[in-house]
Design a protein around this ligand. Structure first.
Ligand code: GDP
Ligand code: MG
Length: 446
């Protein structure tokens, strides 16, 4: 592909793509100093990265970038200049650039925080031919109404967001025990992926996942970003989790910027208070990232402040009936939960293309010496759906399997060999005996 840029006016960023990004491809980030490359009329021609702080970059790591004629590398400087002439000047930016790397540490793209004066139509005139639109997120179907009568308790969806390694998983594990990352089956719901449900006599807190919230906006119809936006839009409360022991980075800023437009309570959750801060206190810097309804310091690992956190969350949730049966997690067998995890990944990765016409069945479950062998079939209604699920060269099924296996291993606490098969079973949904056979009990929902 040719070099491409996107401009996100909300986040105040320009993103330069060296390759077409796929969901989940950006595996690591790295910050480095950057300057804008300008022509004689002060229009943007590109940028220059100072990679001297990068841990010894190998040629392969830059191959996607250097495949473009506009990109040149004179260590330690990587320059992107789309003009034919040498630039007139270089303007250093205050904010470092954020480099996105894939699992093999190849540079995929660069996120630049560009001051507004350099993002006007005039300043971007030279880059204009390379600017591509960020695709508008597709509409997802609305949630079905919960109509059953029930007692009113504090109930709601809580988005737990934060960059990698701040302690989100640790917190959920501490709050919910082992059974995290489980999605309960709910007819016609593709709302957002759930992480887990905290049940108390007086409250039910549903934690929702925000996949890809820290990923760049892709020009491809990027449903991870869509889901993240939707998770934030749908949440009744947002917990922005940070690591108070180290200073905020661009990634914290980027996520905080995405939360700014949310109209629900936002809690700033300062995790890892058990660690001494590196340098001076970072509280002020985190505070400044947005407007917060409450700041709360916790240690997810040591269990400090968790009870208070739950109280503060519950206090801010609306009264309503339970969204899920109180024993939702407890009353499903391990095998059903495992099948659920696979179904969740199918819905998640195929999104609208295989809507609800899917049921997962455990066919074989064997505790072997090294790992648990699980064979499951994914039942769909049509050949075309089977094709989508398997994907080109089996890529989709592999992706689903890899994601599901991680969650299943966490659930059952053992290494798993997951053997997935896709089967066509026409009209299984209309056949009540098939529903029973697949282990779904609708009564939970009525
Ligand atoms: P996530 O990527 O946000 O889900 O972060 P994880 O929950 O995977 O945690 C990342 C790392 O931080 C792990 O090594 C955790 O053990 C550690 N960690 C999480 N919470 C705390 C905490 O409160 N204190 C300390 N010292 N470490 C923590
Ligand atoms: Mg995690």
């Amino acid at each position: 592909m040719t070099l491409a840029f996107t401009h996100d006016p909300d986040a105040g960023t320009l993103y330069c793509y060296f390759t077409e990004l796929e969901a989940g491809q950006a595996a690591a980030e790295f910050e480095c100093p950057v300057g804008l490359v300008l022509d004689a009329a002060d229009r943007l021609l590109g940028f220059e990265l100072d990679l001297s702080a990068a841990p010894a970059l190998q040629a392969e790591q830059l191959e996607l970038a250097l495949a473009h004629a506009a990109v040149s590398y004179t260590p330690p400087r990587l320059t992107v200049n789309i003009g034919d002439e040498p630039p007139a000047r270089m303007l250093p930016l205050d904010d470092p650039a954020l480099l996105d790397l894939d699992g093999a540490e190849r540079l995929l793209g660069v996120d630049l925080a560009v001051p507004e004066q350099w993002r006007t139509d005039t300043a971007l005139a030279q880059l204009a031919p390379l600017l591509v639109d960020i695709e508008a997120p597709p509409e997802l179907p609305p949630l079905p109404e919960v109509t059953a009568a029930g007692e009113q308790i504090k109930t709601g969806f809580v988005a737990l967001v934060g960059k990698p390694n701040v302690g989100k998983s640790t917190l959920l594990n501490a709050l919910l025990g082992q059974k995290v990352a489980i999605v309960s089956w709910r007819p016609q719901t593709t709302r957002v992926p759930l992480r887990g449900i905290l049940n108390r006599a007086d409250a039910q807190i549903v934690f929702i996942d925000t996949p890809g919230i820290h990923e760049p906006h892709h020009k491809l119809g990027e449903f991870m970003v869509t889901l993240a936006r939707r998770a934030i839009a749908d949440a009744d409360l947002i917990c922005f989790m940070v690591d108070i022991s180290s200073a905020p980075t661009r990634l914290d800023q980027r996520i905080a910027a995405q939360l700014r437009r949310a109209r629900v309570p936002r809690l700033l959750v300062l995790n890892k208070v058990d660690l001494p801060p590196r340098g001076e206190s970072h509280l002020e810097a985190y505070r400044a990232l947005g407007e917060w309804d409450l700041e709360i310091a916790i240690s997810a690992q040591q269990g400090l402040g968790l009870a208070t956190l739950v109280e503060e969350i519950a206090a801010r949730l609306p009264y309503s009936q339970r969204l899920y049966a109180a024993d939702q997690i407890a009353d499903q067998s391990e095998q059903q939960l495992t099948a659920e995890l696979v179904r969740e990944k199918v819905l998640f990765y195929t999104q609208q293309e295989v809507p609800h016409a899917v049921a997962v069945e455990v066919e074989e479950w064997e505790e072997k010496e090294q790992r648990t062998y699980i064979r499951m079939s994914i039942n769909v209604e049509r050949e075309s759906q089977k094709g989508i699920l398997i994907g080109a060269g089996g890529a989709m099924l592999k992706r689903i399997g890899a994601a599901a296996r991680q969650d299943i291993e966490r659930l059952i606490g053992r290494a798993v060999y997951l053997d997935l098969w896709v089967k066509v079973r026409p009209n299984w949904r209309d056949d009540p005996s098939a529903l029973g056979w697949l282990g779904y009990r609708l009564k939970d929902w009525q």
